[in-house]
Write a protein that binds this ligand. Structure first.
Ligand code: FE2
Length: 158
């Protein structure tokens, strides 16, 4: 049962941590798919075609993932049970819209690209690399918060 389906009193920081880490594991697959398209000079223009397929999938996956998180315990419960984490959680929640905007921008960019010059391909490659890194950083920051919340239960670790 996901944390969204339980009442607040049933959800432990451990359950929030387990669910967040497992959902992020799922997101990593689609991110890895996008990364696999990048930096493949031996495939010449092929990677652009692969990106045209992979980027919209990333958009669908991240939109669904963020919506679940925003309605779930990570963003709705943790700020109340762990007020110390509230500001960082708020910043991360606000970043969701920015990430989705950047993904949509990258989809538009790759769709528009026709008979691209080498410099345009390099720019696209760098742009998508930055996007992937941004999403990885975001998810890692969320992981850090749920792990912190879990350890806070045991008196703050050491
Ligand atoms: Fe996330």
């Amino acid at each position: 049962m996901s944390t969204e389906q339980k009442t607040n009193t049933e959800i432990t920081p451990e359950a929030i941590m387990d669910e967040t880490l497992s959902k992020h594991h799922g997101c990593m697959w689609v991110l890895a798919e996008v990364e696999a398209c990048l930096d493949q000079p031996d495939k010449e223009g092929m990677w652009v075609e692969e990106l045209r397929d992979a980027l919209p999938r990333l958009g669908v996956q991240m939109r669904r993932h963020f919506k679940e998180e925003e309605g779930g315990a990570l963003y709705r419960k943790l700020p109340t049970t762990h007020p110390r984490l509230a500001t960082r959680l708020e910043k991360l929640e606000n970043e969701h819209a920015l990430i989705l905007e950047r993904i949509d921008g990258a989809v538009e960019r790759v769709t528009r690209l026709k008979n691209a010059q080498p410099y345009e391909l390099r720019e696209l490659n760098a742009h998508v690399q930055m996007l992937v890194a941004m999403i990885q950083r975001h998810e890692a920051a969320e992981n850090e918060l749920v792990i912190e919340a879990h350890w806070a239960e045991f008196g703050g670790g050491d």
